[in-house]
Design a protein around this ligand. Structure first.
Ligand SMILES: Cc1ncc(COP(=O)(O)O)c(C=O)c1O
Length: 456
C-alpha cells in the first residue's frame, strides 16, 4: 500500500509530498535506526538541480523534524492498514473548544472597524498596544511587573526563537528533560550545541536536567552544571508537573549563584490550582534579576490558531557588562517583528475583561475535567500517572518500556494517538503523554477504548 503524507520540506529544501510505503515495523525501530532511515529517505529526494548554497550545518544537526511528523507518519500507516479506524487524537496538544463569544465578538468588531476611517490602523508598536500591555501586567503580575516591561507577540513559541536569536550562539543552555521540544531545537538551530549523539539521544553541549518521579520532576540542581541560559517550564509540558514555591526559590537561587538567565515558560500557568505553586516566577523574591517569563493566550483562550502571547523582560535583568537585556530584546522585536495583529490584540483585551476572564476560566475548567477523567481512567487500570491536575497533560508510566512501542501499541489497540514521552527528551522514555485537549465525546469514547484494551 502506498500512502501520500502531507507536504513537507525535504533535506534539500524542496517542498514535496512524502510517499511512504507501509511498514508498521518501522514504528518499532530504535530511535537511531529511525533517524538513519529518515536520512536515507530524504537523500533520495536530493536529485535534480541544486543551488550553490551550502546548507546551514546547525539545521543539519537536527535529528529530523522528528516528533510530530513521525507520529503523523505512524498514524498514516495505521490508517492505511485500517481505513475504517476512527482515530481520536489526544496527541499534539491543540485546543478543540470554540473561542468564547465575548472574545471573538471583540475581534470581529475590530476587524470590521478596519473598513472605516476611524477604526483603521496600520503598523502598531512592535511591543504591542499599551492598554493591552498594562492590562496583562495588572492581571497576571499585580504589583510585580509594569506593562512597559512586557512585549506582546504572536505567541510564546515565536518569542522563544527570538530570545534565542538575542542570546546568540556562544551561550550554553540547560533544559528540563523531558521538555517542550522548542528549547532544544532552537538551541540546535542557533548553533549552541554539538552534534546529536544517537547513543544517548542527546545533543552535545546541552545540559539535560532529568525530571523523573524519583525527584518529583524537579531537577537535581546540586548536580547540574552552570550554564548561561536555563529553560524551565511550569506547569511542565509534557509531565504536567507544577513547581512549588520552595522549588522555584531554589531555581532562582541557583541561577543567581551561577549568574545565569532563567527563561521561565508559563504557557500553562492558568491551569495551576495548587496554592503552593506560583503562577509566575516573579512571585519569587529576586526573580526579576535573573528571569525572563514567556506566556501565551493559546491554551487559555483557544488562541492556538489566532496567535497571541507575551514575554516579560524586567528592567532589573542585565548582562555581565551591565547592559539591560530589555534593550536588546526591544531591538530584536523592533527588527524581526512588526507587532501582533491589531485585530488579535483587541481579542486579547477582551480576554482580560471580567466577562472574558470568566469565559477563559470556564474553558480551562473544561479541559481540566477532561484531564481528571483521563487520569482516573489510567489510575483505575493500574498505571502510575503524573500531572493532569495543574496541567492539561497526563503523564502515564509504562514502567520503563520504550515509549514509541507503547505509543504504537495504544494506537493499534485503540485507534488513539498519544505522544511518546521520549519525543520530549531521553528521560521521557517509558512514558506516554495523554493530552486533555479534546471534545468531551471523544474523551469519553477514548476512555471506553482504553478500558477495553488495557483491562487487566
Ligand atoms: C510549554 C509551551 N510553551 C510554549 C508553547 C507555544 O505557545 P504559543 O502557541 O503561544 O506559541 C507551547 C505550545 O504547546 C508549550 O507547550
Amino acid at each position: 500500500m502506498v500512502l501520500v503524507l502531507p507536504t513537507s520540506t525535504s533535506a534539500c529544501g524542496i517542498r514535496s509530498s512524502r510517499v511512504s510505503s507501509f511498514t508498521t515495523s518501522r514504528a518499532l525501530q530504535s530511535r537511531p535506526q529511525r533517524i538513519a532511515a529518515n536520512r536515507a529517505s530524504l537523500a533520495v529526494r536530493c536529485e535534480g538541480f541544486t543551488t550553490q548554497v551550502k546548507r546551514n550545518e546547525n539545521i543539519g544537526k537536527l535529528a529530523a523534524g522528528y516528533l510530530f511528523p513521525e507520529i503523523n507518519r505512524i498514524k498514516g500507516e495505521h490508517l492505511a492498514k485500517n481505513p475504517d479506524a476512527e482515530i481520536i487524537s489526544l496527541g499534539i496538544g491543540d485546543t478543540t473548544e470554540p473561542i468564547p463569544d465575548v472574545i471573538s465578538k471583540a475581534m470581529s468588531e475590530a476587524s470590521l472597524g478596519l473598513s472605516t476611517p476611524e477604526g483603521y490602523s496600520g503598523y502598531g508598536a512592535e511591543a504591542g498596544q499599551m492598554p493591552l500591555r498594562e492590562k496583562l501586567a495588572e492581571t497576571f503580575y499585580p504589583g510585580m511587573i509594569e506593562g512597559k516591561q512586557l512585549f506582546v507577540s504572536d505567541g510564546s513559541k515565536c518569542d522563544i526563537s527570538r530570545l534565542q536569536m538575542m542570546f546568540g550562539n556562544s551561550v550554553s543552555v540547560a533544559v528540563q528533560d523531558p521538555s517542550y521540544p522548542a528549547y532544544v531545537d532552537t538551541s540546535v538551530m542557533m548553533g549552541m550545541t554539538g552534534e546529536f549523539d544517537a547513543s544517548n539521544t542527546q545533543y552535545k553541549n546541552i545540559a539535560y536536567m532529568p525530571c523523573l518521579p524519583e525527584n518529583n520532576f524537579f531537577p537535581d540542581l546540586a548536580n547540574t552544571p552552570r550554564t548561561d541560559i536555563v529553560f524551565f517550564c511550569s506547569p511542565n509540558n509534557p509531565t504536567g508537573a507544577s513547581a512549588t514555591k520552595a522549588q522555584l526559590e531554589e531555581l532562582v537561587a541557583f541561577c543567581k549563584k551561577n549568574g545565569s538567565i532563567l527563561v521561565y515558560d508559563a504557557a500553562y500557568s492558568i491551569y495551576i490550582e495548587n496554592e503552593d505553586c506560583p503562577k509566575t516566577i516573579y512571585e519569587i523574591e529576586g526573580a526579576k534579576e535573573v528571569a525572563i517569563e514567556t506566556a501565551s493566550f493559546s491554551k487559555m483562550a483557544g488562541f492556538t490558531g489566532v496567535r497571541l502571547g507575551w514575554t516579560v523582560v524586567p528592567a532589573e535583568l542585565k548582562y555581565s557588562d551591565g547592559w539591560p537585556v530589555f534593550n536588546d530584546f526591544n531591538r530584536v522585536m523592533g527588527t524581526c517583528f512588526n507587532g501582533a495583529s491589531n485585530v488579535v490584540q483587541a481579542g486579547g483585551l477582551a480576554c482580560l475583561s471580567d466577562e472574558g476572564m470568566a469565559a477563559m476560566y470556564e474553558l480551562v475548567a473544561f479541559y481540566k475535567e477532561n484531564a481528571t477523567m483521563l487520569k482516573k481512567c489510567f489510575d483505575d487500570l493500574g498505571f502510575k500517572t503524573y500531572g493532569g491536575v495543574d496541567a492539561p497533560y497526563v503523564w502515564v508510566s509504562f514502567e520503563g518500556r520504550p515509549s514509541w512501542e507503547c505509543f504504537t501499541e495504544i494506537l493499534e489497540k485503540t485507534d488513539i494517538v498519544t505522544t511518546p514521552g521520549v519525543g520530549f527528551g531521553p528521560a521521557g522514555d517509558g512514558f506516554v503523554r495523554v493530552s486533555a485537549f479534546g471534545r468531551r465525546e471523544n474523551v469519553i469514547t477514548a476512555i471506553g477504548r482504553f478500558q477495553k484494551a488495557f483491562a487487566k
